[in-house]
Write a protein that binds this ligand. Structure first.
Ligand SMILES: [Zn+2]
Length: 456
């Protein structure tokens, strides 16, 4: 009995000692990351040496080569690429006629047109479109006018992005000639926000474009005033088959075969250099992993960074990773993703099993001095780790300040000028602390219910 108690006391003492040193090392990572400028240099290098890198564009293979070179230079282990087939879409140019030229960009995946001139039917969103008769819609340019609100949590985006994703298919099915949407973005400049849209198999593919907020205001006002506005759209956007790209990976190898996965996407849209989307994420996760590699000892679990191919136009890399690494899914203890620009993290949400909750508390204890609060255990994570999450992998979901993110998101203005330097370093601190504690947390994070049997 006595011996049993002594053994138990020793076990408690040693657990406490290990936990304390993990917390100490995590705090060191936090403090070093805040003083560090490396992440800014990584985004600068990516945007200067590669620039725009949409799937299948000349920037795509350049980005893959840059990522291989950069991860090796950072001292990561097992740096390699895994092939991914991606669709290639060419934006071309939109020539509008109003009579002044409207500022518009094609939506990602849109077909082009040699020229459509048609009257405009204004509706707020897809829901309102569904209330219109086919006679009202037929032959019109449908204008989806809902405005995205500026909010720190970026929730205005999710509320309105359906206009972009689904508007073209819904309008096409009802006989519209084309679709224009008010940009899903908060920019006060006269710039338009692109982003992916989806046609469905059965309805006609009609051209789709986003207007700048200013131009949407003008069009809205004229239509409210009863002006019979005709829009002319000429667009050379088109699909151009498939192309080869790659996911690029590197690791700090741990003492077991279990993996903590850090994700960002290597591609960008074509309109700018993708400094925030997702150069910032690339810098945050690679820097976090690099810093864990400088602690002087291997972490308990492997910390793996994956820079995914083609997130923007169909999640090609995320789907390929979940497929290729399917047998390894049980070894993925936790995943986290950075794809929300460079604003500081305000809260860390999670979706983990009970076993992981003490580690979440430990992370928040270390991060509290950075103004980071704990969040509910109901996070969603990002789109690239979505397929792994659906296969039961727990996730951490750091919520960044998105107040200004949607001013430049998917626009010509997503450049280095709009990187929040201090925010970027704070992100590195958060990701390094969370990933390191996750790698050390012996009980793991449990498994989540599998919500998708199949990953396309
Ligand atoms: Zn992104």
């Amino acid at each position: 009995m006595t011996r049993h108690w002594i053994a138990l006391a020793l076990a408690c003492a040693s657990t406490t000692a290990v936990a304390a040193s993990t917390a100490e090392e995590a705090a060191q990572l936090r403090d070093r990351a805040l003083k560090d400028n490396h992440a800014w240099e990584v985004v600068d290098s990516l945007t200067r040496e590669v620039g725009g890198r949409s799937a299948g564009s000349p920037g795509d293979p350049k980005a893959v080569a840059w990522a291989l070179r950069t991860l090796k230079k950072m001292g990561l282990q097992n740096v390699h690429e895994e092939p991914v087939t991606v669709p290639r879409w060419v934006r071309g140019e939109i020539v509008g006629d109003h009579p002044e030229k409207l500022v518009a960009v094609a939506l990602g995946g849109s077909v082009g047109t040699r020229g459509i001139t048609a009257p405009v039917l204004m509706v707020k969103d897809v829901k309102e479109l569904e209330t219109k008769s086919l006679d009202e819609i037929r032959g019109k340019v449908v204008f989806l006018d809902a405005r995205m609100d500026r909010r720190a949590d970026g929730s205005g985006y999710g509320e309105n992005v359906g206009n972009r994703f689904l508007g073209p298919a819904e309008a096409g099915r009802r006989g519209a000639a084309a679709v224009v949407i008010r940009s899903i973005g908060t920019s006060r400049e006269r710039i338009a926000h692109t982003g992916m849209m989806l046609y469905d198999e059965t309805s006609p593919r009609i051209p789709a474009a986003a207007l700048s907020n200013d131009d949407a205001d003008l069009l809205e006002q004229q239509l409210r005033d009863g002006v019979a506005v005709q829009l002319k759209i000429v667009s050379s956007a088109h699909d151009d088959g498939n192309s080869s790209s790659a996911n690029v990976m590197g690791e700090i190898v741990g003492q077991t075969s279990e993996v903590v996965l850090l994700a960002a996407h290597l591609d960008s849209w074509d309109l700018a250099t993708g400094a925030n989307d997702d150069g910032a994420g690339v810098a945050i996760v690679t820097e976090a992993v690099r810093m864990i590699g400088t602690l002087g000892h291997p972490p308990a679990r492997t910390v793996r960074v994956v820079l995914f191919a083609n997130e923007e136009h169909g999640l090609s890399g995320a789907k390929a990773y979940a497929e290729v690494h399917r047998s390894e899914v049980p070894q993925h203890v936790l995943a986290m993703e950075a794809d929300f620009g460079s604003g500081a993290v305000q809260q860390v949400k999670s979706h983990v099993g009970d076993a992981g909750l003490p580690a979440m508390q430990q992370m928040i204890d270390v991060l509290a001095p950075l103004g980071v609060a704990g969040g509910p255990n109901e996070g969603h994570g990002g789109s690239d780790i979505g397929p792994m999450n659906e296969l039961g992998v727990p996730i951490i979901d750091p919520r960044q300040d998105g107040t200004n993110y949607f001013d430049i998101h998917h626009t010509v203005s997503d450049t280095m000028e709009h990187i929040d330097r201090a925010g970027l370093s704070q992100n590195v601190a958060v990701y390094a602390v969370c990933a390191f504690i996750a790698a050390q947390h012996a009980p793991g994070f449990g498994r989540l219910p599998v919500t998708s049997a199949d990953v396309e």
